[in-house]
Design a protein around this ligand. Structure first.
Ligand SMILES: [Zn+2]
Length: 324
């Protein structure tokens, strides 16, 4: 068996793996206690899905006018149901950040997600980037989406993720709105540089962040792996499809084992839908959206076997960042 040194972390989300050997290791005089050598820490991570359809993706926004959404074939329920079946088979619970627009179109899907014991959280209503909205419009649409989801699942919705991680230095005011509306955690901050999102100096670990007005909210940032001086996004979505799986796995393992931190993984239902209609757009967007769609479901199955997952709410609660 491979022995790994114990990582000195505590917390209910960290668990020592069962000793894999059949025999108890011999203890020599002066040797370290066997449990300190023979066990490893297993971190439980947050599995999340951003529930939106292929035509609502920010990368395709210039090619698909919003007023044509209603005319397009809805494919989100079928792909989400495949993910739900996979999670059921693996006995894993996750967090589904559902777009309000999708909840209006396919309310039964939201009920199915909740009925299987997953956490339903909020992905806004319109998928408009926050820094392109006024605070008033953002507040109105977020309230609408939260209420809609709570009416469908009959439970408080406490978690939020912005469209395309669009809480950036120019839209931090959105954190105040989330606090005012009763959200207890956010998962929108991506500590990287990117053309559409990113807050490069932000913390990479879950913790509390302060809103401009001084209030605080728990934040589960999008995960990056530390390779020397580089911070590499390995948390899902396009990075999961575009990079080789061995690379993603190495990055995620380093977060769990070297840093003893949980990561968040995210995916969209359309990322396992290789049959989706192709949209004419620029090369970069085509590359980001369509590469490796056919491989993604198999990779997801492998990931679910390689790491330990639960809902984002559970991970934050176990780290003492949520009280309920
Ligand atoms: Zn989204």
């Amino acid at each position: 068996m491979n022995s790994k040194a114990t990582l000195s972390m505590s917390g209910p989300e960290l668990r020592r793996a069962d000793h894999e050997g059949a025999e108890a290791p011999a203890v020599r005089a002066g040797a370290r206690a066997p449990q300190a050598v023979e066990s490893k820490v297993v971190v439980t991570n947050a599995f999340t899905i951003d529930v939106e359809d292929y035509y609502q993706v920010s990368a395709l926004a210039s090619a698909i006018p919003r007023d044509t959404w209603n005319q397009r074939e809805s494919r989100v329920a079928a792909s989400t149901d495949r993910i739900l079946a996979m999670l059921e088979e693996k006995r894993i619970k996750g967090t589904f950040f559902v777009l309000g627009w999708v909840a209006d179109q396919v309310p039964q899907l939201v009920k199915r997600i909740a009925a299987q014991g997953h956490e339903v959280a909020c992905h806004g209503y319109s998928h408009e980037l926050i820094y392109r909205q006024t605070p008033t419009v953002f507040a109105e649409e977020t309230r609408r989406a939260k209420q809609l989801l709570e009416d469908l699942v009959g439970l408080p919705v406490i978690g939020y993720r912005a469209a395309s991680f669009s809480i950036t230095p120019r839209s931090e005011w959105a954190l105040d709105t989330l606090i005012e509306q009763g959200f207890v955690y956010d998962s929108s901050i991506f500590p990287v540089r990117h053309d559409r999102y990113g807050m490069p100096g932000a913390s990479r670990a879950p913790g509390f962040v302060h809103a401009p007005s001084g209030g605080r909210i728990a934040e589960f940032p999008m995960s990056t792996a530390a390779f020397g001086p580089f911070r590499v996004p390995v948390s899902g979505g396009g990075y999961f499809r575009l990079l080789p799986y061995w690379f993603t796995r190495a990055g995620l393992r380093s977060i769990n084992e070297k840093e003893a931190l949980p990561f968040t993984f995210y995916l969209h239902p359309w990322e396992i839908d290789s049959e989706q209609p192709r949209v004419k757009t620029n090369f970069v967007s085509r590359f980001r959206h369509y590469t490796n769609l056919a491989k993604c479901e198999g990779r997801l199955r492998q990931l679910l076997g390689d790491f330990r997952f639960t809902t984002m709410r559970n991970v934050l609660r176990a780290r003492g960042l949520l009280s309920s």
